[in-house]
Design a protein around this ligand. Structure first.
Ligand code: PBG
Ligand code: ZN
Length: 290
């Protein structure tokens, strides 16, 4: 999590050992990652200024754009940089798109999402990862990237993303909880089964290069089913609430953290994930090198 400001390394209260960094202190974290052999990063920006249209999200001097340029300049190609593309961290109302009355306007939002993706590509991102869940966003992003000489930049689609209470700690971290309502009109309903086929199919047809399932632990059945219907690499996002639950129990010595985390990772792999995004990455790397 990268924030505007100076000399900031602040721990996220509900996510122990996860920090928000300002750009001038980002190298501390990046150096540590390299030492641990971790070279893939997913960036989230936390801007100082939020407005109705999330204008900092597509500003070429926005926090994520600056962070990508900073990493490229300081570390050349040592890191594979993935950027989260969404509006909720940048809008004053905390929704993932542009509002019309009290609803997110899907089609209007697409223009903005594509603009954000393009600004990340221009800054030097390796992979674009849209998490907004608007219909048609993968096609729109692909079109805009292709038209601007970014044909080679892959799209990691948050395709099967449920409306989930497991994102709670992340919303503290990113200060992105919606100020009214919820995300149920654009994120998926966990009460119904099989509704993911349509999402996977649409994103695949529109040009996704990776299919993500999110959250992971409570959705292993979905990871499994999705892996049976696609040949694209499957990414499982082991989200903030899943991380914080393990950390909290471990802090109380109620569970063996290393054993629980590794069991969870194997479960996600067994279900069919090719790639796991997890806040436990640094701990796992330490344990694996013991
Ligand atoms: C932005 C976004 C969210 C997460 C990733 N990208 C929050 C949300 O959809 O509310 C959640 C990640 C996590 O909980 O670790 N749309
Ligand atoms: Zn969002």
């Amino acid at each position: 999590f990268i924030c505007d400001g100076e000399n900031i390394k602040s721990e996220i209260e509900s996510m122990p050992e996860q920090y928000r960094y300002s750009l001038d202190r980002l190298n501390e974290e990046l150096d540590e990652l390299l030492k641990l052999g971790i070279t893939n990063v997913l960036l989230f920006g936390i801007p100082n200024h939020k407005d109705e249209i999330g204008s900092q999200a597509y500003d070429e001097n926005g926090i994520v754009q600056k962070a990508v340029k900073h990493i490229r300049k300081n570390y050349q190609d040592k890191f594979l940089i993935v950027t989260d593309v969404c509006m909720c961290e940048y809008t004053s109302h905390g929704h993932c798109g542009i509002l019309h009355n009290h609803d997110v306007d899907n089609d209007k939002t697409l223009e903005y999402i594509a603009k954000i993706a393009l600004s990340h590509a221009k800054a030097g991102a390796d992979i674009i990862a849209p998490s907004d869940m608007m219909d048609g966003r993968i096609g729109k992003i692909r079109e805009v990237l292709d038209n601007n000489n970014f044909k080679d930049i892959p799209i990691m689609a948050y395709s099967v993303k449920y409306s989930s209470a497991y994102y709670g700690p992340f919303r503290d971290a990113a200060d992105s909880a919606p100020s009214f309502g919820d995300r149920k009109t654009y994120q998926m309903d966990f009460r119904s089964y099989n509704n993911f086929y349509r999402e996977v199919e649409a994103d695949t047809e529109e040009g996704a290069d990776f299919i993500m399932v999110k959250p992971a632990m409570a959705y292993l059945d979905v990871i499994k089913s999705v892996s049976e219907v696609t040949n694209l690499p499957i990414v499982a996002y082991n989200v903030s609430g899943e991380y914080s639950m393990v950390k909290a129990a471990a802090k109380n010595n109620w569970i063996d953290e290393e054993k629980i985390v590794m069991e969870n990772m194997y479960a996600i792999k067994r279900a069919g994930a090719d790639i796991i995004i997890t806040y436990h990455a640094k701990d796992i790397s330490r344990w694996l090198s013991k």
